[in-house]
Ligand binder design. Sequence first.
Ligand code: ADP
Ligand code: TRP
Length: 339
Amino acid sequence: MGLVDKTILTGVKPTGAPHIGNYIGAIRPALQLAATHERSYLFIADYHALNAVHDPEALRRDSYQVAACWLALGLDLNKTVLYRQSEIPEIFELTQLLCAVTPKGLMDRAHSYKAAMDKNREEGRDDPDHGVNMGLYTYPLLMAADILVAQTDIVPVGKDQVQHLEFTRDMAAYFNNAFLPVFKLPEYQLEKAAGDLLPGVDGRKMSKSYNNHIPVFMDSAARRKLVMKIVTDSKLPAEPKNADGSVIFRLYTHFAGNNEVQAMRDAFEKGGMGYGDAKQKLFEALELTFEKPTQIYNSYMTDTKKLDELLAAGADKARKIARETLSTAREAAGLKRLR
Ligand code: ADP
Ligand code: TRP
């Protein structure tokens, strides 16, 4: 099958290891897009993280985690360019060029900035900008530069990022109209609908903030223990059960094949399958999916020198297009091309 002749780009903030909901909802779809399109870029948004993380050791470690995570889950370096945002200086210069054509009001309207102000008001502070640094305020400018510098066609995003993509298109158009049509206007591709969210072990939406999540990378004993903690009702094995109401079953549908899923549904609905058995089946399906990736992840995390090399090689590749785009933008604005 031929590849779609488009450029995919995704940025990932380094904020700790992913859970299986992140995998199904965000990571796997992005990997699929990368595999089916001609060009793809995946980068660690470390400068975006720096606005909130002022712990160098944590930033370093979490950045390695992102790289190790995507590599372990199947990112193909022959196909996808993987790099740290902070290793592409062209992005930051482009941010400055975008500053020149972007009205301040656009930043004032950004959801993330408005949310910070709302929080200050709720907490009864006099200063609505309390705790807001310029990095948070100008977050959308840097994100637009990330995307535009690579002449991106499609950005896979969660709902919370849609406004950033709309702003990116606005900024590209401001620049193109003020000078020359240098930038492609990127589209966003929305990730799974909210209805498909994976439940956590307590039955609520799986989320790090509820601490009900099953991490992607963990050893088998810990994974087994977590699966055994999943909430159930007190029906006996022989009793018929509502499959779709069971957290075990709902998770199982994402990790087992169609026949296995159907078999568990039948066994639940007719009666005869106990929750213990079902948990064991879910555990086995998770092992099959994540045992190998966990080994690969661990081996990268103990060889961060290797990760540094891979990321530096990625940065070299990404800088080619970044330089070209920046040079063209500089020239369009009346500055010298890069030498
Ligand atoms: P968390 O709620 O654990 O902090 P994030 O909000 O950082 O997760 O989510 C990152 C991405 O992972 C989201 O854009 C979403 O697509 C996906 N995601 C998060 N939680 C789930 C879930 N329970 N089921 C499916 N996808 C999810
Ligand atoms: N803002 C994104 C997030 O919080 C991370 C990000 C930064 C990004 N730059 C990007 C995502 C460019 C896509 C494209 O998840």
